[in-house]
Design a protein around this ligand. Structure first.
Ligand SMILES: [Zn+2]
Length: 297
């Protein structure tokens, strides 16, 4: 469902959904609700049925039991919340409990999603960038202008490795399909070829790419980094410029993000979108020509 909302293909790696949307997996949401309810029980009067049931079952039941309270015990262990039984005798206040379970659950899923994302080569441009409840900045926009919003699905397909170029087609078809670019017919159609070097797309990219390179150099100056000292290729900057945040101290993060929001991200979106449109236009023209040729011969 979230994949549909984000216009992602069904086979997009799951961590991509969380990285882009900042949402928690359903399992985590259910655990938050269950632990929240357990917190209410720990704070209830000792004479209530729920409190007495909790104390008895946590004391008597084994880990094999289907008791709801044993499930709570397992959930607490999963999130490194030790001795959940102790909270019955020394309950935390409502806000303290909420803060504890939220912190533990968020930390667990932040680590897990970021670690999982590193296993997918398709996510190499955004891996490790999950932050709970934060929409990834490549998906945010300061405008409600349709012309800007329409660029987002293509942008996210690139960031999640789901934009199908000829090299992907060749890979999916066990090399029975040629990886050669069908627009220029000169090289394999890789991401780098499409973004930087495919000659028939040059008019679409020339000015945008020039200004992007200039802004990139300004960012490096802002960060006081020599271009040769960091291992970031320019393709990565075009697909996800926010990756550069990893190279600056926390004091510069907001300044850098603001710079990228204003000067880099809009140009990256436009560049990718324009190249995408022009590529399809040229491919369609090529198809029409070959159909005409086939009809004549
Ligand atoms: Zn080409």
């Amino acid at each position: 469902m979230i994949k549909q909302i984000l216009s992602l293909a069904k086979n997009t790696a799951d961590p991509a959904v969380y990285i882009l949307s900042g949402s928690l997996p359903m399992e985590a949401e259910l655990h938050l609700k269950a632990l929240s309810l357990y917190g209410n029980i720990t704070r209830a009067d000792r004479s209530t049925i729920e409190w007495r049931l909790a104390e008895r079952q946590l004391h008597l039941k084994t880990n094999q039991s289907n008791s709801w309270f044993i499930e709570i015990k397992k959930i607490c262990l999963k999130y490194d919340i030790l001795d959940c039984q102790d909270f019955l005798n020394n309950p935390l206040g409502k806000l303290q409990w909420k803060s504890l379970i939220t912190k533990k659950i968020h930390t667990y899923w932040n680590d897990k999603i970021n670690k999982d994302s590193e296993r997918y080569s398709s996510l190499k441009y955004i891996s490790g960038e999950y932050k709970t409840k934060r929409i990834h900045p490549i998906l945010t926009t300061n405008t409600s202008n349709c012309r800007d919003i329409i660029k987002l699905p293509i942008r996210t397909r690139f960031a999640t490795g789901n934009y199908i170029l000829q090299t992907n087609r060749a890979k999916f078809n066990q090399n029975e399909v040629s990886a050669i670019c069908r627009v220029c017919g000169k090289e394999d159609e890789t991401i780098s070829h499409f973004l930087i070097s495919c000659t028939p797309l040059e008019t679409e990219r020339m000015s945008l790419l020039k200004s992007l390179r200039e802004q990139y150099i300004k960012v490096l100056e802002l960060l006081n980094i020599n271009m040769h000292d960091i291992d970031v290729d320019f393709i990565h900057v075009i697909i996800n410029p926010y990756h550069l945040v990893n190279y600056c101290g926390t004091s510069l993060t907001s300044e850098l993000c603001a710079f990228i929001n204003t000067h880099i991200e809009p140009a990256c979106r436009t560049l990718i979108y324009k190249l995408h449109l022009h590529r399809y236009k040229l491919l369609n023209l090529g198809q029409k020509r070959s159909r005409k040729y086939n009809l004549r011969s």
